[in-house]
Design a protein around this ligand. Structure first.
Ligand code: HEC
Length: 186
């Protein structure tokens, strides 16, 4: 009997300790937030730990959310050309392209948009579709779903699939074939 009371007492003390720690932790967190010392400047890079944490969360989230998406046939010249038109209009400023080494907007972004030519083949077409349609919150990556239907987004993915290994000459050739259009009907 006495032993159970003692055990209860110890458990209560333990719970109290946890509550004090939790409230203390929340208090410190709020204190840091309200003090203004967190630097939100885009000119100030993420620490490598923050960068790793954000990118890992992003990768896992994309893999999870894209797992049910079925890609249509993408290797069709008309789809690729139309995707090129969208890419040239909407993506090159941030993600560059063969023959385009830098841009003014890209220099000022944190996190830095990846050079897609080097990273697209780490994603499946379904994952690329999900990223382009939904964007990535708290980064500069916009969601293109609100302004483009699924067919147009698959066209962009069809073009992205051709991007690894594309030479500047091949990119310029597409540029010529694509004319002036931006891939939208309006
Ligand atoms: C204003 C800048 C900006 C524009 C415009 C933009 N993106 Fe992004 N994009 C980003 C940033 C920043 C990231 C990195 C997000 C992150 O770190 O999680 C990103 C990430 C991506 C990724 C994931 C790449 C990887 O390897 O992690 C893909 C794919 C992508 N964008 C495709 C596109 C396409 C296609 C377009 C045009 C339709 C586009 N983006 C337009 C800024 C932009």
């Amino acid at each position: 009997m006495k032993k159970t009371e003692e055990a209860h007492g110890a458990a209560k003390q333990y719970m109290k300790g946890i509550a004090v720690l939790l409230i203390g932790g929340i208090g410190i967190g709020l204190g840091v937030m309200y003090s203004g010392v967190i630097n939100v400047a885009a000119s100030y890079p993420h620490s490598s730990l923050t960068q790793w944490g954000l990118h890992t969360a992003m990768k896992q989230s994309v893999r999870y959310h894209a797992s049910d998406i079925q890609a249509p046939a993408l290797d069709q010249p008309e789809k690729i050309l139309n995707g090129f038109r969208h890419y040239r209009e909407m993506c090159t400023g941030c993600h560059l392209a063969p023959g385009l080494a830098s841009s003014e907007i890209r220099k000022g972004l944190t996190p830095k948009p990846p050079k897609l030519q080097q990273t697209v083949n780490t994603w499946t077409p379904a994952e690329l579709f999900w990223i382009v349609k939904n964007g990535v919150r708290m980064t500069a990556m916009p969601a293109w779903g609100p302004s483009h239907n699924d067919e147009k987004i698959w066209d962009i993915v069809a073009f992205l699939e051709k991007l690894p290994g594309m030479t500047t000459a091949q990119y310029r050739e597409l540029d010529k074939q694509a004319g002036q259009g931006d891939g939208d009907d309006d």
